[in-house]
Design a protein around this ligand. Structure first.
Ligand code: BDP
Length: 717
């Protein structure tokens, strides 16, 4: 149990034989072509039914009426066989499926090949949970775009493919600047993605290397697309805006210059020649040092449209990122108005009507950058004509990097359910994203996933619940966090009640706990900003050009983003939401310091002061993390040893590191404000043995930087 099969283990169920009579005896795939999803579905059924029940069934060329059959195919193939029955099917949109189980006979019909495979996985997941009952279901995706963004580098120091913000090993796609020759893991990844309804992958980093477009690498990309195709997963490519110059040898990358446009058309033509079903492009422009159209005084729309037009003959789309800000400008004018949270709306202002139909603007969920709590990006309410994708981050960059268990579905649900009140009408983010709210055809989800070569994929078994939840919510954002988690647990570990209960307890408590010990009241995750975005370093928050500021001084803390006195960011929201954030009284406590600059003694709705809340929340959050260890230990014997030990190690580490978080952050604000903890805990650790009091042989103490990362500023090496 090394995690490689994640939730698709097809582990033998107890009492497997007793199910045999109720299972189909043959598989019939309609019009299956090797290398396409319906054919894959047949193979997956053979593997699943044999794994789960120990029953051997096979794909039959012809089926007799005596057989109980699982029939898989597209609506089209089904109609060719039985036009009347096909007419009676419920309405299916692209990628949707119909599934009917009736006394051993099973019908799985997809609106397309991919839908048939999705229906097959749905059926197999039920079987893996011991459910063979009769039922029928038609399931359609909430949004057409359900993509994964990998941030894989083609090379790192000239040796191998690393993954930016990846915590599960090297790239499964790239090695030494080219595409790997063995793409077995890519195919296995495609299987996982298909099983949760995800339909495309951008394999290379948004900070794109132009060399992805050499002829040799285009050939390699075609091999990646071939490895994904049986799973209905399409490939897309992240582009470097300056590639015409960097790779093409042109003297410009101005998006309005005909020679530049032609160069890109040539690239699209060459890619589609090799990959006729390529999904499209992803572009990060004019952000964090990346080149873009603004280099030539062109608009972001000019830039996006240039790519979009080259894709139109092929039906491809471009995801153009709204994550545009200039950290150099922020560096220069560190004044109250230079608010990074304003950047996206400012840059996209006036462009809504200007984009081609196959451009989707990709917006990170919050106004800044994947923090433990952010208000929804105001840009979602500004683009009415332009389709959008919401960018979620499965890899836990600011959220413990898979060394901390943080189940993210509850956070994503809050974001997706948030009502923007556009034109004073119900406007939940999920309906803006899907296209429903503004009647747009295209829209959806992009998840930064960053799996690697580690057999756990993400670096920790438990982190996979986030990937699972991402796929499930992109398909149906109305699912409950708990039901997604329980299903994942049963498939990944066991259907044992206790296992399901414990994982639910830990997981559902994990995001609130992490928020409590890493940065609460909307102050952001107080990580080290300059380095890894991992451990605590509140001091770094205000001394950086990235604009993730807290404005903490001896008496006050928080960013004033009001229109009246601050950066005006609250005013970027539709009127009802703007009014809520403008006013301290109506701003929810959990976003108080995001929108307001207040004294540490400011009273919250709970009656506590801000500073006492900080102290208490850090104690509460880390106390919750301590409970994860005994809870997990109560599962000993119910989980295979390999994964039991692996998870135990991580949870033990998290429990310890949550104390480091607690004490560093509390000590920092205690030093800054001079306001004592009413409960006299902060700065007072009688139970602790200080590093400088140790007399261990072979070790030495050293001064820690930042100083607040250890008590008395010292640690041991
Ligand atoms: C930040 C990451 C950085 C990414 C950037 C992005 O730290 O590695 O390149 O976002 O999304 O969160 O482009």
């Amino acid at each position: 149990e090394d995690g490689l099969n994640a939730w698709l283990r097809y582990a033998r169920i107890s009492d497997a034989k007793s199910y045999h009579k109720r299972l189909p005896s043959v598989i019939s795939t309609l019009n299956a072509t090797k290398g396409l999803p319906v054919h894959t579905a047949g193979e997956e059924l053979v593997a699943g039914i044999s794994g789960i029940f120990g029953k051997k069934i096979s794909v039959a060329k012809s089926v007799s009426s005596k057989d109980t059959t699982v029939t898989v195919g597209t609506v089209k193939a089904y109609a060719a066989k039985d036009a009347k029955a096909a007419k009676a099917l419920p309405e299916l949109i692209d990628d949707g499926f119909y599934l009917k189980v009736s006394r051993g006979n099973v019908l799985i019909i997809g609106s397309n090949e991919r839908g048939a495979l999705y229906g097959t996985f749905h059926y197999l997941k039920l079987l893996a949970q011991g459910n063979t009952s009769d039922f029928s279901l038609a399931s359609n995706p909430d949004a057409p775009v359900r993509w994964v963004n990998q941030w894989d580098n083609m090379q790192d120091g000239g040796t191998h493919g690393s993954v930016e913000r990846g915590y599960g090993g090297d790239s499964i796609f790239f090695w030494d600047g080219v595409i790997r020759s063995d793409l077995t893991r890519v195919s296995q990844y495609g299987r996982l993605l298909a099983s949760i309804g995800l339909n495309a992958v951008i394999a290379n980093n948004v900070n794109a290397n132009a060399s992805i477009l050499t002829p040799e690498n285009m050939d390699g990309l075609a091999r990646i697309a071939d490895a994904f195709r049986p799973w209905g997963v399409q490939l897309g490519v992240a582009l470097n805006f300056a590639a015409p110059q960097l790779l093409g040898g042109l003297d410009s990358f101005d998006p309005l210059e005909p020679k530049v446009v032609n160069w890109w058309q040539g690239i699209s033509d060459n890619l589609y020649k090799r990959i006729p079903d390529m999904a499209g492009y992803l572009v990060k422009a004019n952000s964090e040092g990346q080149p873009g159209p603004m280099t030539y005084n062109r608009t972001l729309a000019d830039g996006a449209n240039m790519f979009a037009r080259t894709l139109q003959p092929y039906g491809g789309i471009i995801l153009f990122r709204a994550f545009v800000y200039n950290h150099q400008t922020l560096n220069q004018d560190r004044d109250w108005k230079a608010d990074r949270a304003n950047a996206a709306v400012n840059y996209f202002d006036g462009l809504d009507e200007k984009f081609e139909d196959n451009v989707l603007v990709q917006i990170k969920y919050g106004a800044i950058d994947f923090q433990v709590r952010e208000p929804v990006s105001p840009l979602f309410s500004h683009l009415r004509k332009t389709g959008v994708t919401i960018e979620l981050q499965i890899t836990q960059e600011y959220l413990g990097q898979q060394a901390h268990l943080v189940y993210l579905a509850p956070m994503w649900k809050e974001i997706l359910d948030f009502d923007m009140r556009v034109d004073n009408k119900t406007s939940p983010v999920k309906d803006i994203v899907s296209g429903k709210r503004f009647n747009r055809k295209l829209g959806g989800y992009a998840g930064v996933v960053n799996v690697g070569t580690n057999t756990t994929w993400l670096g920790a078994h438990t982190a996979m619940s986030n990937l699972y939840a991402y796929g499930k919510l992109a398909w149906n954002p109305s699912l409950k966090s708990e039901e997604i988690l329980d299903e994942w647990t049963r498939l990944t570990f066991s259907s044992d009640r206790k296992v399901v209960d414990v994982l639910r307890k830990i997981s559902m408590a994990s995001w609130p706990a992490y928020e409590n010990y890493s940065g609460n009241l909307g102050i952001q995750t107080l990580t080290d900003i300059l380095l890894g975005h991992y451990g605590p370093n509140p001091a770094s928050q205000d001394n950086n050009p990235w604009g993730q500021w807290t404005r903490a001084d001896a008496d006050t803390i928080g960013m004033d983003r009001t229109v009246k006195n601050g950066t005006g960011n609250a005013g970027q929201y539709p009127p009802e939401v703007a009014a809520m954030y403008e006013n301290i009284e109506t701003t929810p406590d959990n976003l108080l310091l995001w929108f307001h600059h207040v004294p540490y003694t400011q009273k919250l709705k709970s009656g506590k002061t801000v500073i006492q809340h900080f102290y208490d929340a850090h104690y509460e959050g880390s106390a919750t993390a301590q409970t994860f260890v005994p809870l997990w230990k109560s599962l000993k014997g119910k989980i295979d040893k390999e994964r039991y030990e692996h998870v135990l190690f991580r949870l033990t580490y998290q429990a310890g590191h949550s104390l480091v978080w607690r004490d560093s952050v509390n000590q920092f604000y205690f030093n800054k404000s001079g306001i004592p903890d009413q409960k006299k805990r902060v700065g007072n650790h009688p139970y602790r043995i200080e590093a400088e009091d140790f007399t261990l042989k072979g070790y030495r103490t050293y001064k820690v930087s930042p100083f607040e990362a250890a008590s008395k500023f010292h640690a041991i090496v």
